[in-house]
Design a protein around this ligand. Structure first.
Ligand code: PEP
Ligand code: MG
Length: 286
């Protein structure tokens, strides 16, 4: 029952080797965040901002963005909250960005590629997130990074937004969901304060199968050795820079076990998955 799925519990467990494994939450709106806070998540590992924008013909103004993101993250005041910049394109259509229709949108102008085509929008978006995150332990995450230059461009926009708002720029991190990014973490390190592996897209791109393809469900498997091997490589190459996983795989106990063996110590999932993951790892820890 839903009530049991959201039963409160510890935000982390100690693994047999003595390290902590943290359970974070993915949220896409205020109800998710309230549920995640009740369930005792360590923090928000992925706040999706798409709900503000999907299907919108008009661009939501800065005040509206601030209010709606602020309402979403309110239950996590005092806890770390990772807000992802708008991940438009591919499976997430955002009409006001007027992205051209594409033959192959999963390989097209999406995520940071779309943001950098609209620096005006991106600047307002960043200012709204900074305002919404005042009083929070805010971090900002960039979707679909391929090159360090994309991160540096967002960092410049973030610095300008922070000057406008009158705050310090918060930590900025790259999502690792493009195989090229997973393979070049040493190049991204100087521009990224943390990494979060998006196994949904990373799996799609590594196994060359649309993540939602109805005839290829067996391909949507982040437990494939090629994906797990990339995750291990990211953990190794990231050194002391934190790495989390925020794809669906984080909420699946058997795949999560492989991710932990690969070196992941932060798993971010839908709130309803937290109790199953706690149970799986508490059993192994004791
Ligand atoms: C992912 O790709 O794993 C991810 C978390 O992002 P989304 O599912 O929103 O594309
Ligand atoms: Mg993704």
């Amino acid at each position: 029952r839903a009530a049991d799925l959201l039963a409160p519990g510890p935000a982390s467990v100690i693994l047999p080797g003595g390290e902590a494994l943290e359970f974070w939450a993915n949220v896409a709106g205020p109800a998710d965040a309230a549920a995640a806070a009740r369930a005792g998540a360590f923090g928000v590992g992925l706040a999706r901002t798409e709900m503000l924008f999907l299907g919108r013909a008009d661009m939501p103004g800065e005040d509206e963005q601030e209010a709606r993101v602020g309402a979403m993250i309110a239950p996590f005041r005092g806890r770390p909250v990772v807000v992802r910049l708008l991940d438009a394109g591919a499976d997430k259509p955002v009409p006001f960005l007027a992205l051209a229709s594409e033959e192959n949108p999963a390989l097209g102008v999406r995520g940071v590629r779309a943001l950098l085509r609209r620096p005006d929008f991106c600047a307002a978006h960043l200012r709204a997130l900074l305002r919404a995150g005042a009083g929070h332990d805010l971090r900002i995450m960039v979707p679909m990074v391929t090159f360090a230059a994309e991160l540096r461009a967002i960092r410049d926009l973030l610095a300008a937004a922070a000057r406008d708002v009158g705050c310090e720029p918060p930590p900025l991190g790259a999502m690792i969901e493009v195989p090229a990014a997973a393979l070049t973490v040493p190049d991204l390190l100087a521009a990224s304060d943390f990494f979060s592996i998006g196994t949904n897209d990373l799996t799609q791109y590594v196994l060359a199968a649309d993540r939602g393809h109805k005839d290829l469900p067996g391909f949507a498997d982040a437990g494939h050795p090629a994906v797990i091997g990339l995750c291990a490589r990211v953990c190794r190459d990231a050194g002391a820079v934190p790495v989390s996983v925020c794809g669906e795989a984080a909420g699946d106990p058997s795949t999560a076990r492989l991710l932990v063996e690969a070196g992941i110590r932060k798993l971010s999932m839908g709130a309803a998955r937290l109790s199953a993951l706690r149970a799986a790892f508490s059993a192994s820890a004791s």
